[in-house]
Design a protein around this ligand. Sequence first.
Ligand code: UTP
Length: 485
Amino acid sequence: MLPDPTLASRLARHGQDHLLRFWNDLDADARARLLSEIDRIDFDQVDRLVATLVQGSASTVPEPDQVRPIDVFRLPRTDAERVEHRHAADVGAKMLAAGEVGVVVVAGGSGTRLGFDGPKGTYPIGPVSAASLFQIHAEKIVALGRRHGKPLPLYVMTSPENHEATVRFFDDHQRFGLSSVRFFVQGQLPAVDRQSGRLLLAGKGRIALSPDGHGGTLDALAAPGPGGSPSCLDEMRTLGIRTLFYFQVDNPLVKIADPAFLGLHRAADAEMSFKVVEKLTPEEKVGVVVRVDGRPTVIEYSDLFPKLAELAERRVQEGHLELWAGSIAIHLLERSFIERVVGNHSLPFHRAVKKVGHVDESGNPVEPSTPNAVKFERFIFDALPLAERWTLVETDRSVEFEPLKEATGADSPATVRQRMSDNFADWLERAGAYVSRRPDGSVPFGIEISPLFALDDAELKDKIEPGRVIEGPVYLGPDELRIAR
Ligand code: UTP
């Protein structure tokens, strides 16, 4: 017996009647779950997405003559620029002391490339202590709150797949000493077969769903909380939070709520701001911030080629790329801007072609060896063209960007731990210590400094005896100085 015949005919109208193919094999619970999954899908929206992003060839890549470079606050090189940055940092420190800043970390991704069993934020990345990404981020937030005399609230975006495990991890670690942390769940969308556009079944009674991209953050912040409680945005308004620092869970180097970044954002009265790094090669896998018809816009790296290849490869003086401003997913957003965007616009969807496990027509599981599916995702950086005012601030990639994406090779645990150790060695040397290095300058052992011991190199200077020699692994933990060997 099929459920309500109108449901079957509605699904048939959308070419998705196969979702009920195994109905007779399902028990009552599985049937109820499948119906509730179907109920949450907007099939008209899926039809539009399939027409444009699976079957259509409508390109959203601009024409080369629409694209121009964009102005960026470069890293300070002159005394005057250094003074400007110091003033900005003073303004940012006042914003922190006034409790106007909240922190959002997005941790809803599936982490497929890393292939780790658990939410990516729980990955033990600390080169000596094996502290998790979440612990490192949380300790920075606790330390910042102490420094500025006002705790910062943390908002953690999860997905339905990893929500419970994420909350449990924070609870198991006494929320890492954070005074305010709230978890909010992003939306999901079905994955479709890349040839036919039909939804994939993850099991006989389960639709293959995946998170709707980090652009889903804005809607998720605005959605009511559990049991109709206030949304995150409503809560922020009550707390007096004006500005949100946004970052992604996989980059342990991020300078959370960097006061100079905050101050430059505020001085420009910006609605959204980006940290950018100089792209060294056009092929580097970061999106590039440009102007398109005058509006600030991010072009994804995959969209640069082939249409914009000539532009992407063009070099100006001293060999620098003309379009050099690579976005590293570190942003500031005004709360009022998010409220406006959520009320009036929806961010565009992009297609991501991925491998998605599913069951075939006979109900047998299939693990594809090549990408078989299209997932639909929104990206946070698509909010930028909607901002009336913005700032872009250059940062040094080696000190602020080393994301954990892959299991091996570039952007893997090995490269992230090495970069962390090398950076902490730089801090120690600036504090007057001697650190053994390989001929290429890298450190041959782990070095790690908890943010609760020192949040930055300036703070470390007060805590280390000059002349100290470091020849083996070191972990400077929250309360003590300890040589880990
Ligand atoms: P990535 O796009 O690198 O994806 O996300 P990922 O899920 O970490 O890894 P892959 O692509 O499956 O291997 C960048 C950041 O955005 C978050 C991720 O958790 C990560 O912090 N994100 C991504 C979300 O929060 N939700 C999403 O739907 C996608």
